[in-house]
Each structure stands twice: as C-alpha cells, then as structure tokens.
Ligand binder design. Structure first.
Ligand code: CU
Length: 358
C-alpha cells in the first residue's frame, strides 16, 4: 500500500520536467497519476547517484534523474521507458539502468574513464547524491577482477565496511523527503586487493519507503530498529512500518525500492607494509584525489583559503578540473571527459560546459 500511494515514485507518463516538478511539491497532480495507473505499471527513475567517484551514467552524460535507476521491487511487471505500452519484469541491475528498461543503456557493460585512484587498504570517501530520499541504507562493494559486465557475485565478494560505524550498511539518519542531500561516507578498502588496470565500485541504496529492513539499534539506531524512519517526511510521526521480506526473493513481501550505481576506479597496491590496517581507529582519509599534483596555477590549499566550502572549476583548465574546498582541507579533482565544474562554487557536480560559468 505504501508503495502504491507513495508520491515519491515517478511515472513514465510524466516528462522529465514534470518529474522535477513533482519532486518540488506538486503532489496533488502526481497523486492523480498514481490513482490513474495501476500499481503494477510503476516505473521509477533513479533516486540518487554516485557523485564521487562519479557514476558511470553521469560520466557518460546522463542527466541526474536518469542516473542510477534500478528498481528492486522484484520480479513484477514494470512499464518500459520510454513508454511503449509494454510491461517488463525488471529489478535493480548490477549497475543500475538509467531508464529502468531492458533495451536501454546498460551501465554494467558501459565502462568509463577511471574516476578515482585509491590505495589498497585505504579508507575512501564516497559521496552519494540523494535525489529522492526515502531513508534506508547505503552499502558499497567493489569488483576487482573486471570492468566489463561485473557480476553481482563478484561485488558480493568484496563488501566494504563503513569506516565510521564498522558495519556494512550505512543507515540514513538525516535529511528529508523532498530535499536533495549529498551523503559523504567513509569506507575501508580491503587489504591486499588492487586493480592496476581499474575495477568497479558499486553502491546500493535500499530504501525504507515501503518497509524497514530488520536491524539492531547498534547498527541502525533506535528509530530504524523500532521500525520507524528518522528521515523527515517519509512517514508520519511515530509510524511503525512493516519489516521487509528477504531481498532477492520476489515471492517474499513486502519489498522496497533498491537502486544501484557504479563507478570506474583504480586501486593500486599498498607500498608500505603498515598501511591498510583494518583497525577502526584509522582517521578519516582525505577526499578522493584523482591527481596527486596540485592545482593548475596554485595549490588547492592556497586556492581554498578564505573560500566557502564547495566545488570551484579551475579556470586555467577551462574548468575540466576543479578545486574541492571542504571544512578541513582542499583537493584537486577532475571532471569526467566532456563535463566541467562551475567556477562559482554554486554546484556540486560536473555538468555540460554550456550549463556552467567558467
Ligand atoms: Cu521512490
């Protein structure tokens, strides 16, 4: 019931622009659409995407609302997008599917440029831009053996542990439905696992939109443990939700939405024998740096001095590279090929040059 009446899913009869409207408040209109369509015809656009390292879909130029699709409600019919009138059985693909569709761009087989380089055993920072916040949790895995059609089994063999909580699932405790939030999370890479020629990082966003996964308060906090969602606006105050059935078994209700996204990364072998320990006392790492060199004309620290936190396109590179100024430091980053960062510090994602001021 929750799923069928949720105003948070979007529908193939809506254009992208009207979808954007729906997320900013025109729920009455959307509710009408919900009633008009049967629940089995739901198709869902992406609810979030990897911002750092940049997702495959974004790296190849897909729009935010297209990135990181992959509804995991299970094996039941979904309407195709673009809407052909056909229903397909669909579920979250390994790397998401920007169009929730069997015939569209398959991000599992679409490798892009390397978006970040890490060291084995390092604690890495993963930023996920939540465009539709239903609460729930994030998990991060890597497939170190291939960048072409990585299998879920490969990812499942390398589940990262959150560096701050020590758990494999990172529960969303803040934010609000209807508000976009970038969640910056820290994860430990496995010791002794490297991929000099590149590998794939996968993030899974499992929502608490229709049900709450069972969890212990030490992992997920007292609200989720009690079946409530602490993210504002997902449910009414104090509402206790159903517990989710077993994910992966479509015959076990209730189910909830699952979105996946992938990014191409590289992990180099650790040089020192003492690095890559898995103790929880490891300090948070610096943000992902795609280049160990400094900025084009000045160091990131010098550039960020006195500036507000944010991302600033480096004009000396026509904004193909950018400075990331954050609370405790600064970094120099690269956008994916063909995209740039606005130079004014007003955006937090790489975009087409025509949409930016540089
Ligand atoms: Cu949704």
């Amino acid at each position: 019931m929750r799923t069928s009446l949720s105003p948070t899913s979007s529908y193939p009869l809506l254009t992208p622009s009207s979808w954007l409207m729906s997320t900013s408040g025109s729920r009455i209109f959307l509710l009408g659409v919900v009633i008009f369509l049967s629940t089995s015809a739901i198709s869902v656009y992406g609810h979030g995407f990897l911002q750092s390292p940049l997702s495959r879909a974004r790296a190849v130029g897909r729009a935010e609302w297209e990135a990181a699709g992959g509804n995991g409600l299970g094996l039941r019919p979904f309407r195709t997008y673009p809407d052909t009138g056909f229903l397909v059985n669909d579920r979250a693909d390994v790397c998401g599917d920007p169009h929730q569709d069997v015939g569209d761009l398959n991000m599992r087989s679409t490798a892009t440029a390397i978006q970040a380089t890490y060291t084995a055993g390092q604690t890495i920072t993963v930023s996920y831009r939540m465009t539709v916040n239903h609460g729930g949790w994030l998990s991060v895995k890597i497939c170190p053996t291939t960048r072409v059609n990585p299998s879920q089994a490969c990812f499942d063999g390398y589940t990262l542990t959150n560096a701050n909580t020590g758990f494999a699932r990172w529960w969303i405790q803040t934010g609000a439905y209807g508000t976009q939030t970038t969640y910056t999370t820290n994860w430990r890479l496995p010791v002794g696992v490297s991929c000099d020629s590149g590998c794939v990082l996968q993030i899974t966003y499992r929502t608490a939109n229709s049900c709450v996964d069972p969890c212990n308060a030490s992992e997920c906090g007292t609200e989720y443990a009690a079946g409530r969602v602490p993210v504002s606006g997902v449910t009414g105050p104090g509402v206790i939700m159903q517990r989710c059935g077993t994910y992966g078994n479509p015959s076990t209700p209730p189910r909830t939405e699952v979105f996946r996204d992938c990014a191409d990364i590289r992990i180099v072998a650790s040089g020192g024998s003492n690095s890559g320990t898995t103790t929880r006392s490891s300090p948070p790492p610096p943000p992902t740096q795609q280049s160990s060199s400094g900025g084009g004309t000045q160091t990131p620290t010098a550039f960020c001095s006195g500036k507000a936190n944010g991302f600033y396109g480096d004009k000396s590179t026509n904004c193909a590279k950018y400075f990331w100024c954050y609370g405790s430091g600064a970094a120099y980053m690269s956008c994916a090929a063909g995209t740039t960062m606005d130079s004014r510090g007003t955006k937090n994602y790489c975009d087409y040059p025509k949409n930016n001021v540089c």
